[in-house]
Design a protein around this ligand. Structure first.
Ligand SMILES: NC(=O)c1ccc[n+]([C@@H]2O[C@H](COP(=O)([O-])OP(=O)(O)OC[C@H]3O[C@@H](n4cnc5c(N)ncnc54)[C@H](OP(=O)(O)O)[C@@H]3O)[C@@H](O)[C@H]2O)c1
Length: 283
């Protein structure tokens, strides 16, 4: 059983198709209604007869939506073997949500942090009956994390002096630090957390960004979403990546993230800061 966020397009949709084809129970999530409808239909069309496909809709800039989706998932299954925290991307500007959060940090970091926390009972339940290391949580991170030298602890959501690319880089550095701390906390239960760098992928990614990002993406050679989906499938299922978590992968191989993404003190601090921010909005 696999939960894949951001399955309404790009990497998440391609990953959902792989698992539906393999006969898994797939729960996908998406935001934009028409993309969700189309993706749900296409994933179902490709699914093996023994597969089951469920599709949920919600906006991950809103933590209330993340919690609602977690509850809907809990109604569909009591057992999750793989969680792929993929939903995310860039924005074309500064957006403050109804809960007072900055949208890039909310979607790329706080939403996966909260969703993972809310789905822990289902992940732990799966881990009880599964061989050690087979229950996995995979974060879709990005090369861009390296441009952020350190988390801005005084202003994690960059509310003072926001810039689109800086916000994205910091949020993806947060994805890697979160994966590190998550793995440290969950490995005693036999759950492994890993992160993936998808590379430059031809998806809807750039369309959500500003001109700078759109130009940069237009100049970069991109792979199709099926390419990182293959690495995500490998990370979710292969025995060799179930042994030690907190690692970073690209193209079916381990890679080294920037030194600031390997900072255990920052990883632990980010966990506490994330809990604190969520507490301020009642989550
Ligand atoms: N493409 C690249 O070159 C690249 C490189 C490095 C990392 N990544 C990362 O890969 C992941 C997948 O991106 P992609 O390239 O597949 O882009 P994509 O085609 O735009 O897909 C992003 C997915 O995330 C969902 N999503 C985005 N914001 C959301 C929100 N606020 N609430 C709920 N769902 C949301 C989208 O939903 P809707 O479409 O339904 O709105 C879509 O399903 C992202 O985390 C991105 O940062 C991509």
């Amino acid at each position: 059983m696999i939960v894949i966020t951001g399955a309404s397009s790009g990497i998440g949709k391609a990953t959902a198709e792989v698992f539906a084809l393999m006969g898994w129970h797939v729960i996908g999530t998406g935001r934009t209604p028409e993309r969700c409808d189309a993706a749900e239909e296409e994933i179902r069309a490709i699914a093996s007869p023994e597969a089951r496909v469920d599709f949920l809709r919600g906006d991950f800039t809103e933590m209330s939506d993340v919690r609602r989706i977690a509850k809907e998932i809990a109604r569909l299954t009591d057992c999750i073997h793989v969680l792929v925290n993929n939903a995310g991307g860039v924005r074309d500007g500064y957006y403050r949500t109804s809960e007072g959060l900055e949208a890039t940090f909310a979607t790329n970091h706080l939403a996966p942090f909260l969703l993972t926390r809310e789905l822990l009972p289902q992940l732990e339940y799966a881990a009880k009956d599964s061989p050690v290391g087979t229950v996995r949580i995979i974060a879709v991170a990005a090369d861009g994390h390296a441009s952020c030298q350190a988390m801005n602890w005084d202003d994690l959501m960059l509310l003072e002096g926001f810039a689109t690319t800086e916000a994205y880089s910091q949020a993806k550095l947060a994805s890697l630090l979160f994966t590190r701390e998550l793995d440290r906390r969950l490995s005693p239960m036999g759950i492994v957390a890993q992160a993936v760098n998808p590379g430059c992928v031809g998806s809807n990614f750039a369309s959500h960004g500003d001109e700078l990002i759109q130009d940069a993406m237009a100049r970069s050679p991109c792979t199709p979403p099926e390419h990182p989906a293959r690495t995500i499938m490998w990370l979710a299922t292969s025995p060799e990546v179930g042994e030690q978590g907190g690692r970073y992968f690209r193209d079916l191989a381990e890679i080294q993230p920037a030194p600031q993404a390997r900072d255990d003190r920052a990883a632990s601090r980010l966990w506490m800061e994330s809990e604190r921010i969520l507490e301020t909005i009642g989550c």
